[in-house]
Every structure is written in C-alpha cells, then in structure tokens.
Ligand binder design. Structure first.
Ligand code: ASN
Ligand code: ZN
Length: 344
C-alpha cells in the first residue's frame, strides 16, 4: 500500500502501527478516510443502543476520534483511540480487498464508506454489523473470555455481513443462515491473508486474537476441522439447519478450507491444520485465491435468500464454470470438495 505523505498513522491493539488516511478539521485531524468513501470511526463512550421489546434504535457514531497530531492510539486500551485504530484499519483492509480482488467499491459497491463505533456498552463481548446505520459496533469484551473485539478477522467478518445483505441476502436462519455466517468467515480469512500484516498473520482460525484463556479454546471457530470448537459438525447431515448459524456455518467453512488447501496435515504461517474428508478422499486444493473468487461469484451471481447447502453446491459449480470452464481442474475440485463434506 502506498502511504500518502500527508497521511497519519495509528497504533492499534492488534494491528500494530498502520497507516491511516485522515481528514483535517480546523487544526485537528479526524479518523475519517476520504480515500475510502468517508469511512470513519468513533467512540461509543460505553453507551448502548436503546432497545424496546427487541426493537433497537441503532445510532451511527457521532464522536469521531480526533487528534491534534496525525497519530492515533498507542497500542494499549488505556488510550481509547487504540481500539478505534484497529476498527478503522480493519475497515480499510476489507475495503481494499473487495476493491482490488473483485472490483467492488464499498459494501454496496456504490463507493460509500461505512462507520465503526468502538467501546460499545460495558463488558460487551460481541461485535455486529447493522444495515440501518451502515455501521459496525465493537464491544470491549468481558475481560475473562473475550478481549476487545476489534481484530482484523472480526472486522472483515462483520463488514462481509453488509456485502451479503447487499447481494445474496441469505436469510439468517437454517442452512441459508449457516451459509451467511460462513461467507463472513471465508472472506474474513481471505482479508487476513490479503492484508499480510505481520501483527495479524493470515490463518483459517476465526477470532484467534480476541479469545482469552478463560474461553478455553484457541479460537472461536476452526475452518480446517470445525468440530474443534466442540459444537460445529465437520460434514453435512439433514439436521444441520437446526443448529445455531455459527455452527451450521462450519460445513461451508470446511469446504472453503479443503478447496483452498486440500485435506490432511498442513502448516501455514506457523499454524497447523489437519482437515478430514467424510468419504476418505484425498484432496490437494486449488489455492485460496481461486476458492475465494468462486465463493464471491457464487454469492453475488447465483445465491439467493433461500439458498441451502445443496443449492450452494450448484451455485459454486456455476461460478467455477464461469471463471475456469466446465471440466476445469477448479470445477472438478468444487464438485469433489462438496462431496468430501457430504453435500451431494
Ligand atoms: N458477531 C455476531 C456475528 O456477526 C453477531 C451477529 O450479528 N450475529 O455473527
Ligand atoms: Zn456473523
């Protein structure tokens, strides 16, 4: 990435020292990026949304981070801007990924940036995207199971919910809900590798930076073998759609891992994986780039709100046909990989 000479930088909790494009306002600088659709990040100041009977008024952040210098954050949570740096950086990398890899400018593809609010509520151990404010929200975690939620893969996961909503609009329950969740995990992994940040190395784990010892597991989810989380099945069965969407996503995450990297044992960026197949087949993988392109084209061209796993198989086969040709190695690998996770 080119760092503009008039730009600033920040030090996040997870991202290290990263470049930031800023907006000058009088004598100070705002954490607002004119080169990425006006993407900005603000402090929620530990306030929560107002909710009545399950209906919430989502508010875009109004307290944009401001500094008298071009520097933001110091890598610790004492400085409230550090979490903001992570969120802004995560949104930047996700923006760049969608633009560079797919030619998609912004979540809706209309060039418009989104916003982030960090330090939401107290002990809030989650992060979420909301279409109505076109914004992402990050809690600081509960301090025992989860740390602040501003890691790069979490940011890319949440932003991808916005992309899914603007495209296939997969219904967030049953099998389509699992595919919605998997789309966010898949693109989160792809963004992490794309960003190539030494402080946040690419891997096929989800949320590995935000789990604390009290969580009792090294990540929230594991794409090589989803059952490592103790909840997600590795292979499709007819009861998959009864599970929470964060567990029914596992089969599609597993498909993406196998399609990218192949089956069996492998170490990437120092992380070891061991990915099983349901039919005992051995897969060699077609590489992450091809797998990611196939998933994105399937999402944006063939999947609809009601797409289930069987239809996802058809959607990705159509996408592979468009991109690489019927009977290409990539097309055949898509078919064999779905079969290897029991989607026939
Ligand atoms: N962090 C959760 C997710 O993105 C919150 C949600 O929107 N369900 O899956
Ligand atoms: Zn999600």
């Amino acid at each position: 990435e080119t760092i503009k000479t008039d730009a600033g930088d920040g030090q996040g909790l997870y991202s290290g020292t990263v470049p930031l494009q800023l907006t000058k306002s009088g004598t100070s600088y705002q954490m607002k990026d004119p080169t990425r659709g006006g993407t900005y990040t603000g402090d929620a100041q530990n306030q929560a949304d107002l909710c009545f009977f399950g209906f919430c008024v989502f508010r875009a952040p109004t307290n944009v981070f401001t500094s008298t210098t071009t520097h933001f954050g110091d890598g610790t949570n004492t400085n409230r801007a550090s979490a903001g740096v992570d969120a802004q950086y995560g949104t930047d990398e996700t923006w760049d990924f969608y633009k560079d890899v797919f030619g998609r400018t912004g979540i809706k593809g209309d060039g418009k940036g989104s916003s982030n609010r960090v330090h939401y509520d107290n002990n809030y151990a989650n992060a979420f995207w909301d279409d109505s404010c076109f914004c992402m929200t990050y809690g600081d975690g509960d301090g025992t199971q989860l740390a602040p939620l501003t890691a790069l893969d979490v940011a890319a996961h949440e932003m991808t919910h916005g992309v899914t909503s603007a495209t296939a609009n997969l219904t967030y329950s049953g099998e389509s809900g699992g595919l919605n969740e998997a789309t966010s995990d898949i693109m989160a992994a792809a963004v992490e590798f794309y960003a190539n940040n030494p402080s946040e190395q690419g891997n096929y784990l989800v949320g590995e930076r935000v789990v604390l010892p009290g969580f009792g597991s090294p990540a929230l989810r594991f794409m090589d073998k989803p059952s490592r989380d103790g909840k997600s099945p590795d292979f499709w069965s007819s009861s998959l759609g009864n599970l929470d969407v964060h567990y029914s996503s596992g089969v599609a995450n597993h498909f993406y891992y196998l399609l990218s990297e192949g089956s069996g044992a492998k170490t990437i960026n120092g992380v070891s994986y061991n990915s099983p197949t349901s039919d005992g087949s051995t897969l060699s993988g077609i590489g992450r780039d091809a797998a990611t392109r196939i998933w994105y084209r399937a999402l944006t061209t063939y999947m609809t709100s009601g797409t289930d796993y069987k239809a996802a198989r058809a959607a990705t086969l159509n996408a592979a046909k468009d991109l690489y040709g019927l009977g290409s190695a990539q097309y055949n690998a898509v078919a064999a990989t779905w079969t290897a996770v029991n989607v026939n």
